[in-house]
Write a protein that binds this ligand. Structure first.
Ligand SMILES: Nc1ncnc2c1ncn2[C@@H]1O[C@H](COP(=O)(O)OP(=O)(O)OP(=O)(O)O)[C@@H](O)[C@H]1O
Ligand SMILES: [Mg+2]
Length: 357
């Protein structure tokens, strides 16, 4: 019954050579493309940013790094925007440009035809959102498009035992959304999505600094500091680290250096962590005793925000789940999507049903 986990089948595909397939993780901050290449993957990371005309935001001028480098250096009528917010597509035209760009990256300059493409999106995406992404993939030139939950893709990419009846759990803490997915027998059995992630932590850092020092810092400075010294409140009490950022003194309008330490970042992260723990508690409440043992043995945290020190300890102290932090948190969804794309039967109706809750 399990269609994802058949090792032999995968090996057969590898030997016989496969169709042109790609996996794409359509993220709020980063879009990652994985192209199977022998036993490995060619990976491309694209900032989920497009440059558009201010007057007509569906008119896309540049995508990814090109769009990013246009930031601040462009005429006033060009702006750089993100096609996704909180994991949801805000502009179809912009998302289409991003997906086409991602597909071209994946197939190389040759612009080969793409047979099958699997795209990971948040697990609680509505039918409308899901259909929109499928439609975009087809318009972008793929013959077949499958949309799957990021959590399921992450589990497959991480090699978790998704086919087993005992279950496994993936917690994907990204930039705009956090997905918790419980998987057993190759399909999703439960899911909770919190539309919060690293973006909110950056916003909170900006707010806290403003309140404490009357200094306004940019969102990128906040993110940089977060990554440098970030931690989550936990029993582990990681070492407190410090860094500095430059902001604008609101009173004098002059630049001012501000020190940000791990405790400030932990305070900024706390509302997001609390919501994540609450969502996990909801999942545990609904979970059958059959599944809880698998989840106890196999829970993995992925996504960029999983890299916070102390997160694993916090999850354990609150819920007694010994979660493992992925050593490949940013590309595991794209890899999982690529594995599914390389499986020819991945497009059968039965799998389609299992791919989203
Ligand atoms: N070392 C780190 N510590 C804490 N946060 C980090 C670290 N590295 C990256 N991040 C954060 O991870 C987030 C990006 O993660 P990821 O690429 O998984 O998100 P995404 O897939 O684009 O978003 P989503 O899944 O919500 O659509 C950003 O908020 C970034 O600041
Ligand atoms: Mg993601």
């Amino acid at each position: 019954m399990n269609l994802f986990g058949r090792k032999k089948e995968e090996e057969k595909i590898k030997k016989e050579g496969m169709a042109n397939t790609l996996g794409i993780d359509l993220g709020t901050l980063n879009t990652v493309v994985a192209k199977p290449s022998g036993d490995k993957f060619d990976l491309y990371k694209i900032p989920s940013v497009v440059a558009v005309k201010k007057e007509d935001p569906s008119y896309v001028l540049a995508v990814g790094n090109d769009a990013k480098s246009m930031l601040g250096r462009t005429p006033e009528d060009i702006i750089a925007v993100r096609p996704l917010r909180k994991g949801v597509i805000e502009s179809v035209a912009q998302a289409e440009a991003l997906i086409i760009y991602a597909m071209n990256k994946g197939t190389g300059e040759s612009m080969d035809h793409v047979d099958r493409i699997v795209i990971g999106i948040p697990g609680d995406a509505s039918e409308v959102e899901k259909n929109a992404v499928e439609e975009i993939g087809r318009k972008a030139g793929a013959s077949y498009v499958l949309v799957i939950s990021e959590g399921l893709a992450a589990a497959i990419g991480a090699g978790l035992p998704i086919a087993e009846a005992s279950g496994t759990m993936v917690i994907d803490v990204g930039a705009g959304s956090s997905d918790i997915v419980v998987i057993s027998l190759g399909g999703i059995t439960d899911i909770e999505t919190v539309r919060l992630g690293g973006d909110n932590i950056d916003d909170n850092i900006v707010d806290i600094v403003k309140k404490m020092y009357n200094v306004e810092i940019g969102i990128h400075e906040a993110e940089k500091a977060k990554i440098e010294v970030g931690m989550v409140n936990s029993d582990a009490s990681p070492e407190i680290e410090k860094t500095t950022v430059i902001g604008k003194d609101m009173e004098t309008n002059k630049p001012k250096e501000i020190e940000i330490d791990s405790k400030l970042v932990a305070e900024a992260a706390e509302p997001v962590v609390v919501k994540l723990i609450e969502a996990l508690a909801v999942i545990l409440k609904r979970m059958s005793p059959e599944l809880i043992s698998g989840v106890y043995r196999g829970t993995m945290v992925v996504g960029g925000t999983s890299q916070f020190r102390g997160l694993k300890e916090r999850i354990y102290s609150e819920l007694e789940i010994p979660a493992e932090i992925s050593d490949d948190p940013m590309t595991v969804v794209a890899k999982g999507a690529a594995i599914v794309a390389a499986e020819p039967r991945a497009l059968e109706p039965e799998v389609r049903l299992k791919a989203m809750k």
